[in-house]
Design a protein around this ligand. Structure first.
Ligand code: GLU
Length: 485
């Protein structure tokens, strides 16, 4: 085996990219970067009944969105092509033939009726389920003859019936299974397709995978894989099983308890880097108090020794906080493409192309006040259109009968105003409050309401500067008409 670390993410494209899957991909990616190794993407699509073309497309999109690009795999190719298991069937067939020839595997001709009856009998007698090894001792002649005659069969691993299989998990230490509980695993199905176990082991070997990092739901499969490696005479990779991710209140992360896919978090307004950072801390920690960590810091600090076996809770409040921190720390241009997506979605595609410069202003003024992109967009729609409504409570509070006259005199001065910088505007307002003998707030709140329809938002003078004089004067005129009526 070469020294270079080679790891892989090996999803089965049967549905969306679950945050648990994304976390596995991310740990593999970080480990590869940390070690100067390679990260592979392999598509485990041999279960044709569950294959879903749209899921594959979404999976690739979501991995890229998170920044989890791969060194070898679909689209980029590599020395172990193809990276789709459905295109590697001859390899699995050859591998199973190798095991048959060695006597490490056997053909099983049991019909599904027989297997059903066996299962029923085991249930009735409260016996552990599992194949009874009925075909294990067929002679080679009989097995060959029946296969040659076209009799349907699967290929099973001839697992040892006593003793134990032990492997070291990098997170949990030594894990031991009694061999008699591991029944004779199906390797090749009746349709000639491999099972997950065979294809996974053959490919990890062929692709020179050095470390298998995957969710801990795969622990029970690992002793079977170890037996398979032994049957082939191959050295198994190192195994590292990542802790389960639980919903905040405990229990499995499920749709009922909130979003579970990367796509949903994107739609909810999270930034890829924030989700990336958050997922990195699910089951791993840098060993100190740091939470917001740049990509470089994460790569620099990542180590498998600090992956913890304890279940990790998916705390969306923390994700929101982290996302807010990322918004504060981002320059407008860094998040423009994400914000654009939301605006187009809200129907402002045309306005966006007509006023491209507005986007930077919208982001700059609201990013530090928002925790998510949807909030950033929805609390700033006045950058794109005149207010359609005015907050009722704010109207009652700030637009008094005497307000119209005050605003009219203010508008007269604003119309004359050439310097539209926020400092000049603020000076004008201060001066005007003195002249009118009113409080600053008595001009500020009605102005905010008139230009945005809202009672809250960014600093008013920055907002007026960003909207520009034409827009502000137009909106003040509309408000004077509507609110004074
Ligand atoms: N195809 C399996 C999955 O969908 C891969 C598990 C593994 O990494 O071995 O998760």
């Amino acid at each position: 085996m070469s020294d270079t670390v080679r790891v892989r993410f090996a999803p089965s494209p049967t549905g969306f990219l679950h945050v648990g899957g994304a976390r596995s991909a991310l740990f593999n990616w970080l480990f590869a970067k940390r070690m100067g190794g390679k990260f592979l993407l392999r598509i485990e699509d041999t279960d044709q009944t569950r294959y879903n073309e749209a899921a594959l497309h979404d999976l690739i999109r979501d991995l890229k969105w998170l920044g989890l690009t791969w060194d070898e795999g679909p689209e980029v190719g590599g020395p172990h092509e193809p990276y789709y298991q459905s295109q590697r069937l001859p390899m699995y067939k050859k591998a199973s033939e190798e095991l048959l020839a060695k006597g490490a595997a056997y053909r099983c001709f049991c019909t599904s009726e027989r297997l059903d009856a066996l299962r029923k009998r085991q249930e009735e007698n409260k016996l552990p389920p599992g194949y009874d090894r009925h075909c294990r001792d067929l002679t080679t002649e009989e097995s060959d003859a029946r296969a040659a005659a076209g009799e349907a069969h699967v290929v099973r691993l001839k697992s040892p019936m006593s003793g134990k299989t032990v492997f070291t998990d990098m997170v949990r230490g030594e894990i031991e299974y009694q061999n008699h509980v591991l029944d004779d695993l199906v390797l090749l199905k009746t349709d000639g397709f491999p099972t997950y176990h065979l294809a996974n082991v053959v490919d990890d070997h062929d692709m020179r995978i050095t470390h298998v990092l995957r969710g801990d739901e795969w622990i029970p499969s690992t002793p079977r894989h170890v037996l398979l490696y032994q049957a082939f005479g191959w050295t198994p990779p190192a195994f590292c099983h990542l802790p389960v991710i639980l919903a905040p209140g405990g229990g499995k992360l499920s749709k009922r308890k909130g979003a579970v896919s990367v796509g949903e978090y994107r739609e909810k307004g999270y930034l890829p880097h924030a989700l990336f950072n958050f997922l990195a801390l699910l089951g791993w920690s840098p060993g100190d108090e740091r939470e917001k960590m740049s990509l470089e810091d994460l790569i620099e600090s990542f180590s498998l020794e600090r992956v913890m076996p304890k279940a990790a809770a998916f705390d969306e409040t923390k994700l929101e906080w982290l996302n807010g921190q990322y918004l504060i720390g981002s320059a407008p241009e860094e998040i423009e493409s994400e914000v654009r997506r939301f605006l187009v979605d809200r129907g402002f595609g045309e306005e966006l192309s007509e006023n491209p410069a507005t986007l930077e202003k919208h982001i700059r003024l609201l990013k530090d006040r928002s925790r998510r992109l949807d909030e950033l967009v929805d609390t700033g729609l006045y950058f794109w259109r005149d207010p359609e409504t005015y907050e009722e409570k704010a109207v009652a509070k700030h637009w008094k009968p005497e307000t119209a006259a005050r605003m009219r005199s203010l508008v007269l001065r604003l119309t004359e105003q050439a310097d539209w910088s926020h400092t000049a505007l603020e000076a004008l307002y201060r001066d005007e409050t003195e002249k009118q003998g009113v409080k600053f707030a008595e001009l500020i709140h009605p102005t905010r309401l008139a230009v945005s329809g809202l009672s809250f938002g960014p600093g008013l003078f920055e907002l007026l500067e960003a909207l520009g004089s034409d827009c502000v004067l137009r909106r003040l005129a509309i408000a004077l008409e509507k609110l004074s009526a």
